[in-house]
Design a binder for this molecule. Structure first.
Ligand code: MN
Ligand code: MN
Length: 292
């Protein structure tokens, strides 16, 4: 069929659609500048720079936004643990402050909600496991103490915590030592894990959920990157989901590599939503090779 035989109205509509699509694609390509929190150095940037995965806000108790200089998290009131925690690892957060071990209720939990206490973990067979690790935040005593707030802690099988999860945490800092900054999002999904005393779905009379899996996403960028547009199809991303069991530690973290797409399916979240859409599509389906 030649163009002449297509009625003018359809031709105009095609042109309109083509232009609209072009604008849409152009719009999606725009990366976002990462705005430093005022009074901090450039590298101490917004911990939520890559996007708010679940659109957490202060209006939803089960997707409740808690923001502090050291990390940002979505807290789930009915589970008593975070849905996810997001932070950036860079040398500006590192120093020689000691591990405070100051596990304590989070003062940002609204009045009237149950705030998990450190005693809720005592003799349960589960560790008080960090999502944002203590060792990622040791520039000052205050920074380190923030990681011990119990909203950043989940009931974690001891071997999971001390072996396979720890090895991945150490690897994050190795990436940093090699000249990178790392955006990290870690979370806890599902219900029921196997600790030292066997399987459990919850602690503290049901107020503290034992998650079924801990997952994590790493986005590795050159140190000092200040714009999400610098995340490209070649950016290394590492995604894992590791069952919250003692035996999970029989394997290395590389055995649990997955794609961000798979974690989006698991959680229902949209990760890296501030990254250009076409770049998200390419890097979210990739499964890292696990080279360390
Ligand atoms: Mn740990
Ligand atoms: Mn995404």
């Amino acid at each position: 069929m030649s163009a002449k035989s297509i009625p003018m109205v359809y031709q105009l509509r095609s042109i309109f659609l083509a232009v609209s699509l072009g604008l849409l694609i152009t719009g999606c390509r725009v990366g976002r500048p990462i705005t430093p929190v005022s009074g901090t150095s450039l590298n101490r940037v917004d911990n939520l720079a890559l996007g708010n995965p679940s659109q957490a806000s202060v209006s939803d108790p089960n997707n409740y936004l808690i923001s502090r200089p050291q990390y940002v998290l979505s807290y789930n009131r009915s589970r008593g643990i975070a849905n996810w925690v997001s932070w950036r690892l860079s040398p500006s957060w590192k120093g020689d402050s000691r591990r405070t071990n100051d596990f304590r209720p989070d003062p940002l939990i609204p009045a009237g909600w149950y705030a998990v206490r450190t005693g809720d973990y005592t003799n349960t067979g589960f560790d008080r496991g960090h999502l944002c690790p203590s060792d990622d935040r040791d520039a000052t005593p205050e920074d380190n103490a923030a990681t011990f707030l119990l909203t950043n802690i989940v009931p974690q099988a001891p071997r999971h915590n001390r072996e396979v999860w720890k090895a991945l945490e150490d690897y994050e800092r190795q990436l940093m030592s090699n000249g990178n900054d790392v955006y990290i999002i870690a979370g806890a999904s599902g219900t029921g894990g196997t600790g030292q005393n066997g399987f459990a779905t919850a602690l503290a009379n049901g107020k503290l959920t034992v998650p079924a899996t801990l997952w994590k996403i790493l986005v590795v960028v050159p140190a000092g990157s200040d714009n999400t547009f610098q995340i490209t199809a070649n950016t290394r991303v590492i995604a894992v989901t590791i069952p919250n069991t003692q035996t999970a530690a029989d394997k290395t973290w590389q055995a649990y590599l997955t794609s961000i797409d798979a974690l989006e399916t698991l959680t229902g979240y949209d990760f890296l939503s501030n990254v250009p859409t076409d770049v998200q599509q390419l890097i979210e389906l990739r499964i890292d090779g696990g080279n360390s």
